[in-house]
Design a protein. Structure first.
Length: 227
């Protein structure tokens, strides 16, 4: 008779004869205990593959959803219209004086329709809530206090797209020679410079501040007793 293809792993009859009943029983008990422990370890530490895949898919979906929400919040910004746009315009003007051009550009950043912004700003200008004239006068006074000459003031108005003709009379009435002299005294003192290098330095300084050459030359040659 041929041997079985799959022999028994444990011959309990042989164990009985060799070691007695107790040894076989003990071996059997240990074998079952080991098997139970292995099953407990497997069920505790190894999750089913389907569950792992499900958790992974859920995590990916959550991350994709979060990224999508963040991107939507960054790209979607409801534009202001109607009364909300008007309220925002008034809030802006209460904090600072704006030129018409600057106010249009600022409101357009948050508005839904640029044409609506232009119409609103024109209306505010007609009602004198916004005024290029007022802004030009305030800028002139501010720049003069900072020691700036007419050329720097005109440049500042040009950058804001405000017509310098709005303050043409004020520019003419200002004694720019006196303004230049006071600035020169503050920087270099009352003594008239005789060295060419020092004269050139004073000229460059006043030119940078925006004064005309006529006012500059009169200012640096002016004697202290000519007050």
């Amino acid at each position: 008779m041929s041997e079985p293809k799959f022999p028994k792993l444990i011959d309990y009859a042989a164990l009985k004869q060799q070691f007695g009943e107790d040894a076989a029983t003990s071996q059997t008990v240990h074998t079952h205990q080991d098997t139970d422990a292995a099953l407990r370890f497997t069920s505790t530490h190894i999750q089913p593959l389907s569950q792992n895949n499900s958790d992974h898919k859920d995590a990916v979906a959550y991350e994709d959803e979060g990224a999508s929400n963040d991107q939507t919040q960054q790209t979607k910004r409801p534009g202001l219209t109607g009364s909300r746009l008007r309220s925002y315009a008034f809030a802006v003007l209460t904090r600072k004086e704006y030129s018409k051009n600057d106010l249009i550009e600022k409101l357009a950043l948050y508005a839904d329709n640029r044409e609506e912004v232009i119409a609103l700003v024109n209306e505010l200008a007609q009602e004198n809530y916004q005024s290029d004239q007022r802004l030009a006068e305030m800028l002139l006074a501010s720049q003069k206090r900072k020691g700036k000459g007419p050329n720097r003031i005109k440049m500042a108005l040009k950058n804001k797209k405000v017509d310098t003709a709005l303050i043409s009379e004020e520019l003419k009435e200002t004694d720019w020679t006196e303004q230049a002299y006071q600035l020169k005294v503050k920087k270099f003192g009352t003594e008239v410079a005789k060295e060419p290098k020092l004269k050139a330095k004073q000229i460059r300084f006043l030119q940078y501040r925006g004064f005309d050459m006529d006012a500059i030359m009169k200012a640096i040659r002016r004697q202290e007793q000519e007050f």
